[in-house]
Ligand binder design. Structure first.
Ligand SMILES: [Fe+2]
Ligand SMILES: [Fe+2]
Length: 285
């Protein structure tokens, strides 16, 4: 058998509040280990500012490997409700020029699933929402893969739907997981909660593995900055949570996906404008 395929799964870099020490180390590890791809599962920026996207673009272009990026809730305009509603992805789309969609890996394909929504019929827009259209697009991409190819689905929000609909982390997450369980999906990679995890979620159609990456920003939650090193040997996908403090992987992974994982507020964090995002529940992931 050939050498295992190596993938790096990064998330929540939050340029604007990025951890440059951690990012320099990640780039060194990318040079050293030369992964087949780097998948970044959203929240590239802090407030979708142009200078934050510029810094993200510069960092990604400094990597000599294929990179995929999903949109996170922080990658849409925060202060301007007009832009948020009518051109929410304009700045993020600028990233498409620097990322690869076709990742050439033996027997596996990276398939995106959009979970960040410009607006939702509930108060907290920072949470996830898998719309019918987003799910159909993802499933169609999986169904179009060559026979025998396994999918690694990349999303920003974990597909966890808990509590009542109003408090679910990701609306439509349960339905999406059940559909993914019918297909040859190796795992769903996500971010958003700023801690790593590797759990199996059961659905009516069988289990789905959900793998979360921590953050590479200063907005850590309960673990130091980290990224996931994924190895696929053709049979098994193994995850190592890499971090600068040499914390072993099991200690870096949380046991369950929290419904609401708020990192501590930073001094000087803006308070959301009234009428845009409720002040009682700021989107800080
Ligand atoms: Fe997020
Ligand atoms: Fe985040």
């Amino acid at each position: 058998m050939s050498a295992p395929a190596l993938l790096f799964h990064l998330s929540d870099i939050h340029f604007g509040l990025e951890d440059n020490h951690a990012l320099d180390w990640v780039r060194t590890e990318i040079v050293r280990l030369n992964p087949a791809a780097v998948a970044i599962t959203g929240d590239l920026t802090m407030r979708a500012r142009s200078r934050e996207f510029d810094a993200a673009r510069k960092w990604i272009l400094s990597l000599d490997v294929p990179v995929t990026v999903e949109v996170g809730n922080h990658d849409m305009p925060y202060f301007n409700p007009f832009t948020r509603l009518f051109a929410p992805y304009a700045k993020f789309r600028g990233m498409e020029a620097v990322v690869e969609r076709e990742i050439d890996l033996p027997g596996i394909a990276i398939v995106p699933l959009k979970t960040a929504a410009r607006a939702q019929p509930r108060l907290n827009w920072s949470k996830g929402w898998v719309s019918g259209a987003a799910l159909r697009k993802c499933l169609a991409a999986i169904d179009a893969l060559p026979k025998g190819t396994k999918a690694l689905v990349t999303a920003h929000h974990p597909l966890r739907e808990v509590g009542t609909q109003g408090t679910a982390l990701t609306r439509g997450g349960g339905r999406a997981l059940a559909e993914l369980a019918r297909r040859d999906v190796l795992a769903v990679l996500s971010g958003h909660v700023h801690d790593a995890f590797d759990i199996v979620e059961s659905t009516a159609n069988g289990p789905v593995r959900m793998i979360g990456a921590g953050t590479l920003s200063k907005r850590t939650r309960s673990t130091p900055p980290s990224f996931n090193e994924l190895r696929w040997d053709g049979t098994e996908l193994t995850v190592t949570v890499r971090n600068l403090e040499q914390v072993p992987t099991p200690a870096m992974q949380i046991d369950d996906v929290p419904e609401n994982a708020l990192p501590p507020r930073e001094p000087g964090d803006p308070v959301a404008p009234v009428g845009q995002v409720p002040r009682t529940d700021p989107p800080v992931h």
